[in-house]
Design a protein around this ligand. Structure first.
Ligand SMILES: Nc1ncnc2c1ncn2[C@@H]1O[C@H](COP(=O)(O)OP(=O)(O)O)[C@@H](O)[C@H]1O
Ligand SMILES: [Mg+2]
Length: 220
């Protein structure tokens, strides 16, 4: 399977409580997965393990059947994944277009081609007309779309979105989540932590976490 967890448990230090417990999970290419669960149930920790940001205290993370080791994680995390966070993280003095280009530029793409791809993604998520505007002058929903365009432009295998609509009103939530899901390139999966049942309803699969354990939607 493309992205696999086997017996994954995590705690933030020896003697600390286990916050992710015994998780076995298989996630395919192009899958649309909602991650639901109460605050503190381990959604952010699980996303960061899936995205190779956190090395689990126990168990294995496998990409295409190969265990990911701490040494090889750094490179793969930027080629295989892109992130969208709850609070839009953007360079506020840079324009929407520059922000949407960032991950491509970080990967070594030429500026002109990165800008061309980013401009197309800004159009796709409905903020093409704001391309030249500095990020600091954008609304929360507009800025979150720029962050989504940045993730889409990178065409990663998976976009990991951690409550990306948590700060937005309901109408904007639906628009922004539609931009994320419908706009993704073929083959790009989305794993989205969300409290919004309507957002989850649009996903092919809903994984539910309680106290760090998967209680529904696990397995292959
Ligand atoms: N860096 C950290 N150090 C210690 N404990 C943490 C850290 N990050 C999260 N936790 C704890 O891990 C548990 C799960 O947190 P988290 O993964 O953020 O859950 P969720 O995203 O579902 O709210 C919580 O009890 C939280 O307090
Ligand atoms: Mg969280």
């Amino acid at each position: 399977m493309p992205l696999t967890l086997r017996g994954v448990s995590h705690r933030y230090g020896p003697g600390m409580p286990w916050v992710v417990r015994g998780i076995d999970l298989d996630i395919g290419d192009g899958e649309l997965v909602a991650l639901m669960g109460p605050s503190g149930s381990g959604k952010t920790t699980l996303l960061s393990i899936l995205g190779l940001l956190t090395h689990p205290a126990e168990g294995a993370v496998l990409l295409d059947g190969e265990p990911v080791r701490q040494r090889t994680a750094a490179k793969r995390r930027t080629t295989e994944f892109a992130w969208v966070f709850q609070t839009a993280n953007a360079l506020l003095r840079r324009t929407a277009l520059e922000n949407a280009s960032l991950q491509l530029l970080a990967r070594g793409a030429a500026r002109q081609s990165a800008h061309a791809v980013a401009a197309a993604e800004l159009e796709r998520v409905g903020v093409g007309h704001l391309a030249a505007r500095p990020a600091r002058l954008l609304s929360g929903g507009e800025l979150q779309r720029v962050c989504i365009a940045r993730a889409l432009a990178a065409a990663p295998r998976w976009i990991l979105a951690d409550e990306p609509t948590g700060q937005l009103d309901h109408a904007t939530t639906l628009e922004v989540s539609a931009a994320l899901m419908a706009g993704r390139p073929i083959g790009t999966g989305v794993i989205i932590a969300t409290h919004d049942p309507e957002v989850a309803h649009r996903c092919g699969r809903v994984i539910r976490l309680v106290d760090g354990a998967v209680v529904a939607g696990g397995g292959a």
